[in-house]
Design a protein around this ligand. Structure first.
Ligand code: FDA
Length: 394
């Protein structure tokens, strides 16, 4: 049986970062992955350009049952550290809205950076390897049985990621392993995910498919995001929806402001003063897409002249524009979700090292734990920061 100081299961973002960090410390590191390629999620991320971090990373960019958990790791390995790393590897990048950093060329640059770091740090990466079982011997060493043989290690790092995109190799193995060693796993659901319509809503709103509008969307708990809203064949998507999906619970309404930077009441009052005979339809068409106006508001109302509208109708219009209440059927689930909410309970882990408090030598890094980031490079930053934290001590 071959012995390694550290075995990491999962050659994704967090696993590779952890491996390189530990390797540079002189640790003998083996990374095992069942996939045929390392970093597959990185390759498809950010539309193939990988939104690898964000200029400003703060604890409130993450969702975790313990909101303090992320603080230590993101303070010790910052977005500037990762930016410095990609610059050192000659990766060209650009900034988009809200401080999001993307590769100019391809997400392959990020995988190349991590693989080069691993190579320089002497890390061995073994792909196409199925993990059959993991046990602990009398000395507390971990014995990892795989389709390619048995390995023994002192530190075992679980970097198996979340459940989103099963066709890319996502599995619940990390959760099962945590439970095997007595760690609590919080229920998981799809996050950063589009919403789907109920049947009747689909019939009404499907013609809007393809329309994008600026919006502010608010979840029941008061969290809100101001970004684009996109109507799709199946439901609602776009950055605002993906962000709010992290805060949405089944059955809850979301509140959509379709005119986030202006007051519909003031606009209507001004328009009525200037063009009292203008139809409501022609007026609304100046502020909202025509197809949306036709479907959201009743024909008889749209045909009215502005000076025919009574107070109650204006109140209703203002509410419908600024606080459109929508109860969605559900989400598209793990098939299209960018992340998994929930996972290994962070109360079980040290926020400094990511080691299980009750299980010496067992570490969890990245998305497998109950930490999910906003859209905008925060999930990769968590992978880098948590991977680094464990890599420094394993
Ligand atoms: P990750 O999923 O990267 O790696 C897990 C590894 O474990 C995989 O290589 C897998 O094969 C392996 N594995 C799983 N089960 C195993 C088993 N049983 N045996 C052996 N190996 C196993 N985030 C962001 O910040 N910016 C972005 O632009 C995007 N874009 C994006 C697009 C899409 C389409 C998705 C699905 C996700 C994103 N994300 C993102 C999220 C980001 O990809 C994600 O949070 C990180 O990849 C998580 O890194 P991990 O290393 O934890 O898991």
């Amino acid at each position: 049986m071959k012995h390694h100081d550290v075995i990491i299961i999962g050659a994704g973002a967090a696993g590779l970062m952890c491996a390189a960090t530990a390797g540079y410390r002189g640790r003998d590191v083996l990374v095992l992955d069942h996939a045929k390629q390392a970093g597959r999620k990185i390759l498809i991320s950010g539309g193939g350009r990988c939104n690898f971090t964000n200029q400003v990373v703060e604890p409130n960019n993450f969702i975790c049952a313990n909101p303090h958990f992320v603080k230590s790791a993101i303070a010790r390995y910052k977005s500037t550290d990762f930016i410095e790393l990609v610059e050192r590897h000659g990766v060209e990048y650009h900034e988009r809205d809200h401080g999001q950093l993307f590769c100019n060329d391809s997400a392959k640059d990020i995988v190349r950076t991590l693989m080069t770091e691993c190579e320089w740090a002497g890390v061995k990466i073994q792909l196409r390897t199925d993990i059959l079982s993991i046990a602990q011997d009398d000395q507390g060493q971990y014995i990892v049985s795989t389709s390619k043989g048995e390995y023994r290690c002192q530190s075992l790092v679980v970097a198996t990621g979340g459940l989103s995109m099963p066709k890319l190799g996502a599995t619940p193995y990390g959760y099962q392993l945590a439970e095997q060693f007595g760690l609590k796993v919080l229920p998981t659901t799809a996050g950063l995910v589009p919403f789907t319509w109920h049947h009747e809503q689909k019939q009404r709103f499907e013609p809007l498919s393809g329309i994008a509008v600026p919006s502010t969307i608010t979840a029941k708990n008061g969290t809100s995001f101001s970004e684009a809203l996109l109507f799709t064949h199946r439901g609602l998507s776009g950055p605002a929806i993906l962000q709010i999906s992290n805060y949405w619970r089944a059955g809850e309404a979301i509140s959509i402001n379709l005119l986030p930077t202006q007051s519909a009441r003031e606009l209507l009052a001004n328009a009525t003063q200037k063009h009292p005979k203008q139809s409501l339809r022609n007026t609304l068409n100046q502020w909202l897409p025509k197809r949306l106006v036709e479907i959201l508001f009743e024909e008889t109302m749209l045909n009215k002249a502005l000076n025919q509208l009574i107070h109650a109708e204006i109140d209703q219009l203002v509410t419908d524009i600024h606080q459109w209440q929508v109860v969605m059927n559900g989400t598209e689930g793990y098939r299209t979700a960018e992340v998994t909410l929930g996972g290994i309970d962070t109360d079980e882990l040290s926020s400094k090292t990511m080691e299980a408090k009750q299980q010496k030598g067992l570490y969890f890094v990245g998305e497998v734990m109950d930490v999910s980031g906003w859209l905008g490079g925060f999930n990769f930053q968590w992978a880098w920061s948590s991977g680094y934290a464990a890599g420094e001590v394993v």
